[in-house]
Design a protein around this ligand. Structure first.
Ligand SMILES: NC(=O)c1ccc[n+]([C@@H]2O[C@H](COP(=O)([O-])OP(=O)(O)OC[C@H]3O[C@@H](n4cnc5c(N)ncnc54)[C@H](OP(=O)(O)O)[C@@H]3O)[C@@H](O)[C@H]2O)c1
Length: 231
């Protein structure tokens, strides 16, 4: 039977790259983001592979929880959950617009918290499954114009560490993935050359490779940077 991966923020960038790779390996996919038109035309269910796709604003807790429940109902279990949906708003804590922290914490942290709580009960019961939390180099160090984004990504790493400790006894793997600059729409408008960035497909490949490890090993944290260093 096919395995199933659930990915938030799958319409583009890193989430889309992960979805494409796992789909090409015959996994079922449960995908969400606010825009899903491209996903619906790219991932089409067949007799032996299923794509479950819903438009979800991850800031809407009820809708997000309903999506998690519906995905579990569709597939019976989720083998891999990727908490990827995220937003970057540049700014400085002392200057950014009021509400920036709320937006970024809701999008980048609460979405992962509430969806993981929805999915993990089934993983605990089955004593298997992996959760990947897409953190950032901004989870480790603050930088100019990082503002509330950096706060949300520090929190995401904290969330991942807490869940990892809790899941030890249930045989559920939890991985914090910390990418540096990766060329996606979140860098649109940059005048830096493509060679300065990592590719979204490399992040997807990393998750795929980790999934090939034996059941007795978990990668707790993995830090990936452009070969020329941070931007
Ligand atoms: N690119 C980098 O350099 C980099 C570095 C470190 C970490 N990251 C992290 O990697 C993750 C993916 O980023 P990316 O670079 O691939 O960005 P991206 O190309 O802008 O894609 C972001 C994805 O998240 C979805 N999303 C954003 N807000 C959402 C919301 N409220 N509800 C549902 N979906 C939402 C977007 O879909 P819709 O717009 O259709 O909703 C899109 O699919 C993020 O968590 C980001 O912080 C990125």
């Amino acid at each position: 039977m096919n395995k199933t991966i659930l990915i938030t923020g799958a319409s583009k960038g890193i989430g889309l790259a992960i979805a494409k790779l796992f789909w090409s390996k015959n996994w079922n996919v449960a995908l969400c983001s606010r825009n899903v038109e491209n996903l619906k035309s790219e991932f089409i269910s067949t007799n032996n592979q299923t794509a479950f796709i819903e438009s979800v604003d991850v800031r809407n807790k009820t809708v997000l929880q309903q999506f998690g429940k519906a995905a579990l109902q569709q597939f019976g279990s989720i083998d891999v959950l990727v908490n990827n949906a995220g937003q970057f708003i540049p700014g400085m804590v002392h200057e950014e617009a009021d509400g920036t922290l709320e937006t970024l914490i809701e999008t980048n942290l609460y979405s992962a918290y509430y969806l993981s709580r929805e999915i993990v009960a089934n993983m605990k019961q089955k004593k298997r499954g992996s959760i990947y939390n897409i953190c950032s180099v901004a989870s480790l160090m603050a930088y100019p114009n990082g503002g509330s984004y950096s706060i949300s990504k520090f929190a995401m790493l904290g969330f991942s560490k807490a869940l990892r400790e809790e899941m030890k006894n249930y045989n559920v793997k939890v991985t914090a993935l910390l990418p540096g600059a990766t060329l996606t729409d979140s860098w649109s408008g940059t005048d830096l050359p493509e060679s300065r960035f990592m590719k979204a497909s490399d992040i997807a490949q990393t998750i795929w490779d980790i999934e090939q490890l034996s059941p007795s090993t978990v990668v707790e944290e993995i830090l990936l940077r452009p070969v020329l260093g941070d931007i």
